[in-house]
Design a protein around this ligand. Structure first.
Ligand SMILES: *[C@@H]1O[C@H](CO)[C@@H](O)[C@H](O)[C@H]1NC(C)=O
Ligand SMILES: *[C@@H]1O[C@H](CO)[C@@H](O)[C@H](O)[C@H]1NC(C)=O
Ligand SMILES: *[C@@H]1O[C@H](CO)[C@@H](O)[C@H](O)[C@H]1NC(C)=O
Ligand SMILES: CC(=O)N[C@H]1CO[C@H](CO)[C@@H](O)[C@@H]1O
Length: 322
């Protein structure tokens, strides 16, 4: 009887010791997390500072990541790793924008305007391809400027001489379209004159283009002291009319500005799929003409992509030299 009494007491002591131990452990565990005392406070402070520094460092190269497609290791914190996975998924879902810019070597502002356009395009979330065309010259700073932009680009040159400015610009656009067709580049094509000024949301909108997209454009001139709007009148993205300045409805001449519409590039290299074969052959030498004809062939395929009713202008064209 004495033995069982003693062993009972020992078990009781053990229980007490274990309980005590557990209690101390739990208390110690939570005390470790409590933000009390000076040492803990200092640590929180410095880690917050480090995070801030990190984010400052990371913000700068991030826009470049998608463009060049490398340097994933720049981010080290798990938080930004998650962000990056998200942005990678977005990149896959985003459609490519193909921006075509003809240039004029007689324009004294060409270098400046190229840089300004490059700075705009650099802010557009990738994928974006910029096709810049110029006439072959002995010396030109176009290549140097393009190399330093950080935008994905193709630089095309041509040999022909032109006396007429409009003919030359159309030739340059055609050259770019031929390039897209030949290399089967997939994306939404937009003709961007170097004198265009953009609201960045413009590039979000045109990504929603399926076949043909159109949007309003404002022309500004220092001389005329007025703004002219060109482009579609829409109702729930459906084009119901056009702002017409000159009543030209012959298919060669769009009633909208060349920068006022965009299209799915696959109509160039896969016209059969789009049912455009009859005049695809006839205009093999002139892709621009083909695109313009296709644009007006079926107005039901044109969507107003600026905003629901196309009432907001996101692109302005400056007439600097007139
Ligand atoms: C954060 O940047 C500041 C100023 O640039 C610097 O003084 C500080 O040491 C940096 N902190 C860390 C943790 O890198
Ligand atoms: C274009 O004009 C330049 C002189 O202005 C001339 O040297 C060149 O041969 C011309 N090129 C063509 C293809 O006619
Ligand atoms: C262009 O249209 C084709 C055929 O409908 C489609 O498969 C492709 O994704 C479109 N491209 C873009 C960039 O929307
Ligand atoms: C951290 C890292 O990978 N940095 C690399 C980023 O890419 C450049 C050039 O592409 C490399 O020189 C860096 O080493």
């Amino acid at each position: 009887m004495g033995v069982t009494e003693r062993s009972k007491k020992r078990v009781h002591l053990w229980k007490k010791a274990v309980l005590h131990f557990l209690l101390c452990f739990v208390m110690g565990f939570f005390t470790g997390f409590a933000p009390t005392g000076k040492p803990t406070f200092t640590r929180v402070d410095s880690s917050a500072e480090k995070q801030y520094n990190n984010s400052m460092v990371e913000l700068a190269p991030r826009p470049m990541l998608g463009v060049t497609g490398n340097n994933r290791s720049l981010s080290e914190t798990p938080e930004s790793a998650v962000e990056e996975t998200e942005s990678e998924i977005e990149i896959e879902e985003r459609k490519q924008i193909i921006v075509i810019s003809p240039t004029n070597d007689k324009d004294p502002l060409r270098g400046v305007l190229l840089r300004r356009m490059a700075d705009t395009l650099k802010l557009v979330p990738p994928p974006l391809l910029w096709i810049v065309v110029e006439s072959k010259m002995e010396s030109s700073d176009v290549s140097d400027i393009l190399r330093s932009t950080g935008v994905m680009y193709r630089h095309l040159v041509f040999m022909e001489n032109f006396t007429d400015h409009t003919t030359e610009m159309d030739h340059q656009r055609n050259l770019a379209l031929k390039h897209i067709e030949h290399h089967r580049l997939s994306g939404i094509v937009h003709f961007a004159a170097l004198s265009n000024v953009y609201h960045l949301s413009f590039f979000d909108h045109i990504r929603s283009t399926e076949t043909f997209g159109t949007w309003p454009l404002a022309k500004l001139s220092t001389k005329r002291k007025k703004m002219i709007i060109e482009g579609p009148v829409c109702q729930s993205s459906q084009v119901i009319g056009w702002h017409l300045n000159k009543l030209k409805m012959d298919t060669d001449e769009l009633p909208i500005h060349i920068s006022g519409f965009g299209f799915n590039s696959s109509i160039l290299w896969d016209p059969e799929r789009w049912g455009y074969l009859p005049f695809a052959d006839a205009t093999k030498q002139n892709s621009l003409k083909f695109v313009k004809q296709a644009f007006f062939e079926d107005e039901s395929k044109i969507r107003g992509v600026a905003s629901e009713d196309c009432s907001k202008v996101n692109i302005w064209q400056l007439h600097l030299s007139s």
